[in-house]
Design a protein around this ligand. Structure first.
Ligand code: C5P
Length: 223
């Protein structure tokens, strides 16, 4: 039996990596599998929320009962999220968005030569920062995947991007981060509080995160 404690909420979740094309056959990306974001989307739906999932390229099937919007690049994810921001009450950004993209995409396959080659990169828009700047009464959750200085880096992002809860995980730790079914996370809050969680399954972590979301929605402003 599941408590429908998210009934009435419209939850927007992002998941997976983004892909930034260099030419028609090559791209820059990262190791995100999408498992954490999909787990959150499924759990939110089970708990009664209306869920929209904006997903980068993953091997995962579209979850049942969830509006799933497929995107490839960070620019596409940006458009998809901002177009759906207005009607959402909770935004959870679990996607590993590429920070940079090739400045130019070659129209044909780039040919090999004897010379060294460089790909010039330009910055992608920071979706979470935009969402934070326009959040209104929404509750915004960010993720910070780090390989060092976990708490300091995550706290900086929490404040910079105006999020209400930051899920920090050290992706260099065994059992945490990309691809695996488990995670080791810390929840950081704007008031300085940190909740340190043990190793657990991503499904379990998703439910724990949504417990905190529900509590914050009850104490905080309602959209
Ligand atoms: O700065 P960093 O990429 O580590 O921040 C992680 C958080 O910001 C994640 O929640 C991620 O989804 C979000 N992000 C974003 N747009 C970007 C980069 C990160 O929404 N271009």
């Amino acid at each position: 039996l599941t408590v429908k404690d998210l009934a009435g909420e419209r939850v927007l979740v992002t998941a997976g990596p983004t892909r930034e094309e260099i030419d028609p056959v090559r791209y820059i990306s990262n190791y995100s599998s999408g498992k954490m974001g999909y787990a959150i989307a499924r759990a939110a739906r089970r708990r009664g929320a209306e869920v929209t999932l904006v997903a980068g390229p993953t091997c995962l099937a579209d979850p049942w009962g969830i509006e799933t919007v497929r995107v490839t690049s960070a620019a596409e994810m940006y458009e998809a999220v901002l177009a759906r921001l207005e009607r959402s009450t909770v935004v959870i950004k679990a996607a590993a968005v590429a920070d940079y993209r090739p400045k130019c995409k070659a129209p044909g396959k780039i040919k090999k030569t004897d010379a060294a080659m460089a790909v010039e990169l330009e910055k992608n828009p920071d979706i979470l920062r935009e969402v934070g700047a326009r959040k209104g009464a929404r509750l915004v959750v960010g993720f910070a995947a780090e390989t060092g200085e976990l708490v300091a880096n995550a706290r900086k992002k929490l404040l910079d991007k105006q999020v209400d809860l930051m899920v920090a995980n050290d992706v260099s730790q065994a059992g945490a981060g990309f691809h695996v079914d488990t995670n080791i996370a810390k929840f950081l809050y704007p008031d300085g509080r940190i909740e340190e969680l043990p190793l657990m399954g991503k499904n379990e972590l998703a439910d724990l995160l949504l417990d905190r979301v529900t509590a914050l929605r009850q104490t905080g402003a309602k959209a």
